[in-house]
Design a protein around this ligand. Sequence first.
Ligand code: GLN
Length: 545
Amino acid sequence: MQKPRFIFVTGGVVSSLGKGIASASLAALLQARGYKVRCRKLDPYLNVDPGTMSPIQHGEVYVTDDGAESDLDLGHYERFTGVAAKQSDNITTGRIYLNVIARERKGDYLGATVQVIPHVTDAIKNFVKSDLGDEDFVLVEIGGTVGDIEGLPFLEAIRQLGNELGRERTLFIHLTLLPYISTSGELKTKPTQHSVKELLSVGIQPGVLVCRADREIPEGERRKIALFCNVPERNVIAGLDVDTIYDVPIAYHAQKFDRVVLEHFGMDASKEPDLSRWQQIVSRIRQPESEVKIAVVGKYTTMLDSYKSLSEALIHGGIANNVRVNAWWVDSEVFESEDAVRKLEGVSAILVPGGFGERGTLGKIRAAQFAREHKVPYFGICFGMQMAVIEVARHLASMPGASSTEFAPQENPVVGLMTEWMKGNQLEKRAIGGDLGGTMRLGNYSCHLLKGSKARAAYGDQEKINERHRHRYEVNIHFKAALEKAGLIFSGMSPDGQLPEIVELKDHPWFLGVQFHPELKSKPFAPHPLFTAFVRAGLERSRLV
Ligand code: GLN
């Protein structure tokens, strides 16, 4: 049979049902059965990518190796399958239209009237089928909820694909919610029926329904859903709430989800998949030996999806050390009043994550200062590194006005705008005041590690590493000597020696700042070495105090 097979995942009733986790978990199950998988996301909004959106609106911007600023669901896919996500795994209406309109301007449509059907839908279909190799399954999640106006061209495109490729190469999965009504003591199926109707109205009959519910679905309700939604009863899968997302593949398997999918495609499902690695992770999460409290001092703490990869990477660091990480998400503005920083006394470690803009920076600088002075393990990621460097410059290197040009022109710009840097052998250039979208230093860049440093020790004494970046400003190399004199070690540098990638403090148990985003590469099966080392340092601290 011709490969790959496409599995389209849509959502209905309400948003936030966890389509990303559902797709990632099914992909993980198929992978555990020995199949090659790839996951993709179609986002119906008009932004070209989420790079210019506030994380409070949209959640984290997940950066891929090839420098795409993409949807956070790509992070779930990568964490669950270990398959590195790419630019070609995420598209938005904005990007589709950008391409279609550029072609129209070039005259590529040869005089045709350019329309949503067929031109936009063709562009979506081409995208879905593009840049694939020998994958057995491509799981394609459609963002938003069925019934959204902006989602229609995507539904139309996947409907057409279903026709063109046939049942043996496509499957439609629809994720819905069964709300529990306490006064009647029932899980209600009507919203699911309506949602499937909505999908049918655009010509899509789902083959499998995954019904989110906070309790077991009684046989009667399951039968009713099957009957009214026109699917076999065994194709109604319960998506029950679980205490850790890493239990979802196991829970799905218990519901025979993977078997139902294979049988849909007429494939042999007799051999059971090996899920032992998932079981190990879940049991480690559920039965840790101890706990550590880590303060995460950020700006987007009202929307925890803003820090999705980070919160997962902390869990992974916990798995590696057999501890539960209790993250205390605290708005940095809390520390703008001098006394408040004492609230950090009870924590075992402090992390300042990535961020943009001046608001809340004083609190971050104070948190870094507290960590330095009280010898609390500190991990500064991207902006968190820049704030730590500013702290050291201000308080140890006699530059009280040291700051970043991100906020205003500075007398001592210890953090400054990058206008030129090397990407492999190529020079990348940016103009001051240029476009904000897609113009940062993005994606994988390598970094050389200093012998004998804590950073290098964490990476198992590797000399060269590759990490993903997303930043416009950079610790200014012209201040390197002064900062070194103040006690900062530049333990990671870009290959040309121009861009500081990692700094650490002398005479401190563990104080590291990194210009890249290690959280993006962390996986439950392969916790990122810096998170492993950071959580370990926190654990050691918790034993001391
Ligand atoms: N705002 C900073 C910069 O652009 C840091 C970015 C980040 O933390 N991702 O360099």
